[in-house]
Write a protein that binds this ligand. Structure first.
Ligand code: HPA
Length: 276
């Protein structure tokens, strides 16, 4: 449980001085089982040419304690693109205040990021989905979830996940042809967690219009939308929601198993211009 107060302004300043004015074309936030592998070397990695790394702790943030999450910001190059990767995510269910959960992301946005990609492990509400497949997030339901916004910030959420970037992701997915099936577009339903959903909750979320369920991502998406940056989200379906006997280890392992395909798709996306 996180108990220390975090000075958000100081975190943003540390991120800005760590980046030293370097360009950031894309900020990538990694979900369960993804971060360390994506910034590592060889098979299943992005092939990032790493320039610098800083621990989230060094930025004055709590470090993610959830297994399968990295604990740093990594800056590097991918082709002509400059990328910042948050290798592990902070979640409100860890007892961390919501604005602290989004502080590294918002710090990088404040330092000039031009586009954001969020990744996540998710449970399937849509019965047509299979464990191991990737989905492109097309919308979200965060009515009951946390928001990093404070005060009268009545932001437009009519297109949280950029239609243009979704089209691009589809084209790239077809190009790499390794997904085994067309990339589905999914509505993400936020669940507060850390407990997995009961069958009744799964049924309710499906009836409300969710295709996938997870305990993250929506609050980061709201933060990015408030800054009006191009945003996309890619989910790895790790299980059927309220599957009997589900464990975080299984989620992590399924997410890791899909990392090769995810890395191929992300590497192409992140090498492209977020504004095009
Ligand atoms: N529910 C919520 N979050 C998740 C799940 C799930 O079934 N799988 C991966 N993250």
């Amino acid at each position: 449980m996180h108990t220390q107060a975090t000075d958000l302004q100081a975190v943003h300043q540390r991120v800005t001085s760590w980046l030293e004015g370097k360009p950031v074309d894309w900020m990538l936030v990694c979900g369960s089982g993804m971060g360390r592998g994506l910034v590592g070397e060889g098979e299943g990695s992005l092939g990032l040419d790493i320039v610098d790394t800083v621990g989230l702790g060094q930025l004055g943030l709590p470090v993610p304690e959830v297994a399968g999450h990295g604990q740093s910001l990594v800056y590097g190059r991918l082709g002509d693109s400059h990328i910042c990767v948050q290798t592990g995510r902070l979640h409100p269910y860890e007892g961390i205040p919501i604005q602290v959960c989004t502080a590294a992301l918002e710090g990088v946005i404040a330092a000039g990021a031009r586009g954001v990609a969020l990744t996540c492990a998710v449970g399937a509400l849509n019965p047509a989905y299979e464990a191991g497949q990737l989905v492109a997030l097309c919308d979200q339901m965060a009515l009951f979830g946390p928001t990093p916004l404070r005060g009268p910030k009545f932001i437009d959420c009519s297109e949280i996940y950029s239609r243009r970037l979704r089209k691009k992701i589809h084209a790239l997915a077809t190009e790499i042809g390794a997904l085994g099936r067309p990339l589905d577009e999914a509505v993400y339903a936020h669940a507060r967690g850390p407990q997995y959903e009961s069958p009744a909750e799964t049924k309710a979320l499906r009836l409300l219009g969710g295709d996938i369920v997870g305990m993250s991502t929506t609050y980061e998406a709201i933060a990015v939308t408030a800054h009006q940056l191009p945003l996309c989200g890619i989910g790895v379906v790790t299980n059927a929601a309220s599957q009997e006997g589900l464990s975080h280890l299984e989620v992590q392992q399924r997410s890791e198993a899909a990392r090769g395909t995810l890395a191929k798709l992300l590497a192409r996306l992140l090498a492209s211009d977020p504004a095009k």
